[in-house]
Design a protein around this ligand. Structure first.
Ligand SMILES: Nc1ncnc2c1ncn2[C@@H]1O[C@H](COP(=O)(O)OP(=O)(O)O)[C@@H](O)[C@H]1O
Ligand SMILES: [Mg+2]
Length: 1017
């Protein structure tokens, strides 16, 4: 009784000690006291509550300090299946020779304690210590359906834990695991020395397997392996002869938990509520799967509101298919990553490769290679994937000289060929979860997959909430399925399964059915909240606290969850931290943010997992956790008050930056989100900007628009400083590139954005803050103009030239005006307004000042004076002034030679030769073209080489060398098109037609003419 008195004293309830004593209450029955009992003892209402809380803590402390699972049966002999683990310290004999016996004893004690605590976390039972060996049972005295899995996880975990021990020598372990039928004998001895004897071959096998393990290796028997499915990556060690065991024995090394399908397994391991209803939907999925397997790829669009059971249904399909050979790929979108290009695809690949937080980038590349080797991926594709995963190319892949646009295209292509590669081996099941949160690039990737799988044995299931409209509705081989709410019977069935053999009054059950309105997630959560309530009174209060669904359904979830979290005590805080990180979070990040002792943290997480709120995947410290449902995460997050929430995000941001530099670097948008939530606006703005630029560099244009816009939204809320104004200008100009592509060159949004950027530049200048780069805006516009001119979008080029000129006129600087007239003149000339075009070109020449403007060639690619002369020559020839045309061409060539810049010279050679051809001077033209082609080859400039060849082909056609003309123009046009250019092709096609006709190939000639006419139209 002294113990209880102490306990009461510690909790400041000593006034009740006498009453407890008088009623023969001691520590042992403390956990069984109810609130009513306390009332009878005369404890006041407030103290009753406080006492109940203290008692609950006492109970769980006692449980953790001495987890003594009760035997499932009495001590009688009993046959049962048990998984036995034997772990041994490596080199203890050597240690005993080197160490003082007392020190050695200490080391071994630490080691044993560490093994015991690792094992207990997985529900194992330490049966015996044998010197430095530890014998552990899984499945006795307490059986779990997944004992084999628990044993292997415990083995992997204890190796890591022992390795991390801080002792004077570094410790390594060997683990052997075997599963089999044993006879469990009586209890032998008592107290500390108590031991439960197991008789059979299994313990011996485990010990022998331990003997053949390398240091820090888990070796398992065939019998254990059969129970594991594909939960772990295994290495076949072959057949072994073991002492005391008849015949050779197949042994396996368990390397690590496999992560490819981690989440389903994680779900599986904690046990889902058995599926209720949904027979028809499941039947339909199975039929689509059968059809897909015949090589007719299928898509199922599975929609339904949050918590209705979309994921549960796909899990049911996976369960049904577990017996047949197929490959699974699961992709999970996340509300925190809607702007992160390719997020679900990147994380799928990371899981497939099994990246761990502390892997080096070298190690990650090895893992990636191992995954890609399964589909004989080309080195170029591997390079693209490495880049997609933000891994540095350490020279193992070819260097890729691609523009962002090309890189994006090739990456998307490589992704579809991965799908095709996998599907060529065995049927493929792809699940794209929560597509309402997809980033635009992933959506595009899946769009390609939908097209590509038409003739492949692939079933793609896309799940999403009703607010999302997948673009594939109505296509052939695409089936839409909507999940509706469950009926009352079905809701009752879910409740009944959760209640098991506990009791639930009928009216409470009816209340739950009514208030949750057929949404299984709410049914589950509310039932659990009620079951966890202490006593019927509280159960009824819990039910009554839940608003009826006519209000807002998620509010009912929120209320149930609040109650559950409150009862979890300190676990609530951990749940909140996790929720602030995201639906999914790593153990490493959580631990760094939570700053709690590891043991306490693990116990807390264990409690959240046991309550079914979290799923775990992998083994700590490499584990990741996942909230059971996005709404559960939302609800946990919603319990945070504003100030603690802000502080928490600040802590997460700080931790990411300080300890997870790689995440901070590769996912600036993630860090930006935390800084935004932490109210660190300026920092957030910088990070959103960085994220936007990063997306731009990967040509993820829609994401870039979103991120840059967020950066700008943040900046405008701040008090302007010169630095911020400069930053804003940069961001506004950066935003133009994706806007032009996403919205269109002449879209009102784009025009407004250009105008906005110009205004800001002007305002900054008025404030005496000349921008770092006065031509910033103009060079962006110029880039667009060139692209559209070469790809020949005549109207767009004119529109852009007009914008450029208008801005230049407002700004009034000679440089931009000269450029503006050049662009306008060139655009008009090419769209048929030759005379008007010439006027602009005249003005450009008048404004051109060689001393001031020649250096601009570095900036705009070629010298503008030369370019204007080339085009004016063309205009003059068209207008009927061959002499003047000739003079301009000559002048241009002379200037270009003087300037000496290769691009300028190639431009001049191209257009001068053109004028010469038109004027009939073929020999001179040909000489220039020879020079052009040589120079282009030398400089690696396919565009100019193609122009040289096409021009040379024209000369050939004109001087009667038709066969040569056909050949050279054809390959010239191919080269030209491969650069994305289309301008002037009809013109060259006309020469090609002429050459074809000359050698009598009239069909080919007609084909060219038709092609040219179509292009012109
Ligand atoms: N038909 C069902 N039978 C039993 N439990 C279900 C059923 N449908 C859903 N659940 C449970 O409800 C919860 C929410 O379901 P989930 O599939 O995650 O919803 P969704 O993916 O549609 O948002 C899960 O815990 C799941 O196990
Ligand atoms: Mg879901």
């Amino acid at each position: 009784m002294g113990d209880l008195r102490d306990w009461l004293l510690r909790h400041k309830f000593e006034q009740y000690a006498d009453a407890f004593e008088a009623n023969d209450i001691d520590l042992d029955i403390l956990p069984e006291l109810t609130e009513d009992d306390l009332g009878k003892l005369g404890v006041s209402l407030g103290n009753r509550r406080r006492l109940m809380k203290a008692i609950a803590e006492h109970a769980s402390d006692a449980g953790e300090a001495a987890p003594k699972p009760e035997p499932a049966s009495s001590g009688e002999g009993e046959r049962r299946q048990v998984t036995v683990m034997f772990s041994d310290l490596v080199g203890s004999t050597a240690l005993s020779a080197r160490m003082d016996p007392e020190d050695l004893r200490e080391v071994i004690a630490v080691y044993q304690k560490c093994v015991a605590s690792s094992v207990q976390r997985f529900g194992g039972f330490v049966a015996k210590y044998l010197g430095d060996g530890v014998l552990v049972y899984f499945g006795y005295p307490q059986a779990h359906e997944d004992d084999a899995e628990r044993a292997v996880r415990a083995g992997l975990e204890l190796i890591a834990a022992v390795g991390a021990l801080k002792s004077s020598v570094s410790l390594r372990t060997r683990v052997g695991i075997a599963t089999g039928l044993v006879v469990v004998g009586d209890l032998i001895g008592a107290g500390e020395a108590q031991e439960r004897g197991i008789v059979g071959e299994t313990p011996n096998l485990a010990a022998r397997l331990q003997g053949i393990a390398e240091p820090n290796m888990v070796v398992i028997a065939e019998g254990t392996r059969r129970l594991l499915g594909n939960l772990f990556e295994l290495e076949d060690l072959g057949a072994k002869d073991l002492k005391g065991i008849a015949g050779p024995v197949r042994a396996w090394a368990a390397l690590r938990a496999s992560t490819a399908e981690g989440r389903f397994e994680a779900l599986h391991a904690t046990g889902l509520t058995a599926l209720v209803g949904r027979e028809e939907e499941l039947e339909l999925l199975l039929r689509r799967w059968s059809r897909a397997k015949t090589g007719e790829g299928q898509v199922v669009l599975l929609s339904g509101e949050a918590g209705i059971g979309k994921s549960r249904l796909t899990a049911a399909l996976l369960e049904r298919l577990s017996g047949e050979p197929h490959t699974r790929l699961r992709y999970f979108c996340s509300p925190q990553h809607t702007d992160s290009a390719l997020y679900p695809i990147i994380s799928q690949m990371e899981r497939a490769a099994g990246f761990a937080h502390d892997d080096t980038s070298q190690g990650r590349l090895h893992k990636l290679d191992a995954v890609l080797a399964q589909t004989s991926t080309s080195p170029e594709e591997a390079a693209l994937f490495a880049e997609m995963l933000s891994l540095p190319n350490d020279g193992r892949y070819p260097a890729l000289a691609l523009t962002p646009v090309q890189r994006r295209q090739r990456t998307l292509e490589a992704l579809t060929s991965q799908v095709a590669g996998l599907a060529s081996q065995q049927p493929l099941l792809m699940i794209f979860e929560d597509a309402h949160w997809t980033d635009p690039t992933s959506l595009e990737a899946f769009g390609r997959t939908v097209d590509r799988i038409k003739t492949l044995p692939v079933l793609l299931i896309v799940t999403f909430r009703p607010e999302f409209n997948p673009p594939w509705v109505g296509q052939s081989r695409v089936t839409s399925v909507t999940l509706n709410r469950l009926g009352e019977r079905e809701a009752e069935a879910i409740i009944a399964r959760l209640v098991g053999n506990k009791e639930l009054p009928a009216d409470v059950m009816a209340e739950i059915v009514e208030r949750t309105d057929g949404i299984p997630l709410f049914v589950e959560e509310m039932t659990k909240a009620v079951l966890e309530a202490e006593g019927e009174g509280e159960a009824r209060r819990t039910v009554a606290a839940v608003p009826s669904p006519t209000l807002a359904v998620p509010a009912s979830l929120h209320a149930s969850l609040m109650a559950r979290l409150d009862r979890l005590g300190p676990a609530k805080e951990v749940a909140q931290i996790g929720a602030a990180i995201g639906r999914e979070f790593s153990h490493a990040l959580l631990a760094a943010v939570a700053r709690k002792p590891e043991a306490e943290l693990s116990a807390t997480l264990e409690r959240l997992i046991a309550a079914g709120l979290l799923f775990r995947q992998g083994v700590p410290p490499h584990a990741t956790y996942l909230f059971k449902h996005a709404l559960v995460q939302d609800a946990a997050y919603g319990t945070l008050l504003r100030e603690p929430r802000r502080a928490l995000h600040a802590r997460i941001a700080e931790t990411l930056e300080g300890q997870f530099a790689e995440i901070a670097e590769n996912q600036p948008e993630l860090l930006a989100r935390h800084c935004t939530e932490a109210g660190q606006i300026e920092k957030a703005a910088g990070l959103w900007g960085k994220a936007g630029q990063r997306s731009l560099a990967r040509s993820a244009l829609v994401e870039a628009v979103a991120q840059l816009t967020r950066a700008l939204d943040q900046i405008v809320t701040l008090t302007a400083t010169p630095a911020l104004r400069r930053e804003e200008i940069k961001l506004r100009v950066a935003l133009l590139t994706p806007l032009m592509h996403v919205k269109g060159y002449a879209a009102p949004e784009t025009k407004a954005a250009v105008e906005r950027a110009r205004l800001l530049i002007e305002q900054a200048e008025a404030l005496g803050e000349p921008p770092e780069d006065p031509l910033l805006l103009f060079s962006v516009l110029y880039g667009f103009w060139v692209a559209n001119y070469v790809a020949f979008n005549g109207d767009v080029a004119r529109e852009l030239a007009a914008q450029f000129l208008a801005l230049a006129e407002k700004q009034g600087a000679t440089v931009s005006l000269m450029m503006g007239h050049r662009l306008m003149g060139t655009s008009l000339l090419h769209t048929g307004d030759v005379a008007q075009g010439r006027e602009h070109l005249d003005q450009a020449i008048a404004l051109y000042d060689p001393a001031e403007h020649r250096p601009l060639a570095m900036r705009f690619g070629i010298d503008s004076g030369m370019a204007v002369l080339c085009y004016r020559a063309f205009a003059l020839w068209l207008l009927g002034y061959p002499e003047a045309a000739f003079a301009d061409a000559d002048h241009a060539l002379k200037d270009a030679r003087e300037i000496g810049q290769a691009a300028t010279l190639m431009h001049a050679l191209t257009f001068t030769s053109w004028t010469l051809i038109h004027c009939g001077n073929y020999a001179a033209a040909n000489a220039l073209l020879d020079k052009l082609i040589t120079l282009a080859d030398e400089k690696g400039a396919p565009l100019w080489k193609a122009l040289g060849m096409m021009n040379q082909g024209c000369v050939m056609a004109l001087i009667g060398k038709a066969a040569e003309a056909v050949q050279i123009i054809t390959s010239g046009i191919t080269g030209w098109r491969s650069t994305g250019a289309t301008a002037w092709t009809p013109f060259y096609l006309s020469y090609l037609a002429r050459a074809h006709a000359e050698v009598g190939k009239f069909d080919d000639a007609w084909r060219c003419i038709q092609e040219a006419m179509t292009a012109v139209e």
